[in-house]
Design a protein around this ligand. Structure first.
Ligand code: NAP
Ligand code: F7E
Length: 373
């Protein structure tokens, strides 16, 4: 496999496996993940490597490293039996997708790549449509053009329900998207369904409700709260500025949710599934839980900044995952309280490291200053 730019040293090089004609031949089952550097992509890569897969991840060229979440999975490409490979590509660039699929011939494709931030999608709606919506059809067409029959997972979202007309939401609940992100995901959902119906592809939509973890991006509400609470606890930050505290979500743990993706692609038939805990909590409850775990009174620190309000809000979501439970045997294992605590505990360690580094820096500056007198 040839990348278009020179890969940074810490990435696994792509030359591997046996070439037959212009493609690689694999011994183990092979998966391709778009969005491998994201929260879910990193957990999914771990899961698939544990199951013995050969994993290819599509990464974007970036001016600084963006592989933090998968650095621990790094394998020296010079070693034998390397099973994680990163390839440069972009969901906005059909030719890179075509090249990747022609050469890799994966058994399973997980399309997790997206501009996934709902608030940001109001600022960059067209770009969000390109990546999150049209990116999916680019990948599906690349599959067809390569003449291969992989199983295909589409990362659909509970944001599709938006202004939901019933509770709890199931696979049959009509969609009412409330953001450019959700509109793009609606296109991606239907095009995936359409390729299943039109071409008989084994293509599944996982309609995943919010799922969080210690690897969640820092601007999503859960991580924003746990980072701020822990930094406040250690005196690194004074205030937390928030938007709508009344919004309610069905929050689960990301590791549980990537297991559901794999179960879908390894079922007897392709179908669409809701993945959720069935429990709903408000943003305010998340704040109370996080600050409470640190023995802090959140009301002393949290202020509202209207800049975090959205032009249209999704007020309430609660999923019914009974189809996934029944047909895939999937169950969430982490409760809301456990989720909040595990994220706070993780961020507390990071805040402690930050505080220590800052302390060392003060000492270093003092030594330098006084030493120079
Ligand atoms: P995330 O952390 O934001 O990760 C998004 C991934 O997409 C990153 O690896 C990002 O790469 C990649 N990406 C962005 N633009 C791309 C492009 N043009 N071409 C190729 N890759 C691109 O998202 P996540 O939370 O892991 O979610 C995974 C997927 O599930 C997303 O599609 C999201 O919309 C969907 N989803 C998430 C949730 C949730 O609660 N987490 C719920 C339902 C559905 P960089 O690292 O280079 O930016
Ligand atoms: O917001 C409210 C905000 O940005 C949750 C993505 O993974 O899940 C995620 O989308 C709620 C919203 O996630 C702040 O208004 C209040 O009601 O963490 P979030 P999201 O919009 O639900 C779905 C399932 C996806 O598919 C998406 O990819 O929290 N909120 N104050 C705030 N949200 C943020 N980010 N920041 C605030 O200050």
């Amino acid at each position: 496999m040839v990348s278009k730019t020179t890969p940074p040293q810490k990435l696994v090089m792509l030359e591997r496996g046996t070439m037959v004609g212009n493609r690689h031949v694999h011994m183990a089952k092979t998966a391709l993940i778009s969005g491998i550097t994201g929260q879910d992509g990193s957990f999914l890569a771990e899961l698939l490597l544990d199951k013995g897969y050969e994993v290819y991840g599509i990464i974007r060229r970036s001016s600084s490293f963006n592989t933090d979440r998968i650095d621990h999975l790094y394998q020296d490409p010079h070693e034998k039996d390397t099973r994680l490979h990163l390839v440069y590509g972009d969901l906005n660039d059909s030719s890179s997708l075509n090249t990747i699929l022609r050469q890799i011939h994966p058994d399973e494709i997980y399309n997790l790549g997206a501009q996934s931030h709902v608030r940001v999608s109001f600022d960059i709606p067209e770009y969000t449509g390109e990546v999150t919506g049209l990116g999916t059809v680019r990948l599906l067409e690349a599959v067809r053009e390569a003449g291969i029959r992989p199983r295909f997972y589409q990362a659909s979202s509970s944001e599709l329900y938006g202004k939901a007309i019933e509770t709890p939401q199931t696979e049959k609940t009509p969609f009412h998207p409330r953001s450019p992100y959700a509109c793009a995901k609606a296109y991606a959902y239907y095009i995936t369904l359409n390729y299943r119906e039109s071409y008989g592809m084994f293509a599944c939509n996982g309609i995943l409700f919010n799922h969080e973890s210690e690897r969640r991006g820092e601007t999503f509400v859960s991580r924003k709260i746990t980072r701020a609470a822990t930094r406040i606890k250690l005196g690194l930050q004074d205030k937390l500025y928030m938007g709508n505290l009344d919004a309610q979500r069905d929050w689960g743990y990301a590791r549980d949710y990537v297991e559901a993706m794999w179960l879908m692609l390894n079922a007897d038939r392709a179908d669409d599934y809701v993945i959720a805990t069935g429990e709903t909590h408000s943003v305010r409850e998340f704040i109370e839980g996080a600050f409470g775990h640190l023995d802090l009174d959140w009301q002393e620190y949290v202020e509202i900044d209207p800049k975090y309000f959205r032009p249209a809000e999704v007020d309430f979501l609660r999923g019914d995952a009974s189809k996934a439970r029944r047909e895939l045997g999937w169950e969430p294992t982490v409760s809301f309280d456990q989720l909040v605590k595990l994220m706070v505990d993780h961020d507390l360690l990071l805040a402690q490291q930050e505080a220590e580094a800052s302390e060392m820096n003060h000492v270093a500056v003092a030594v330098t200053r006084w030493g120079s007198i």
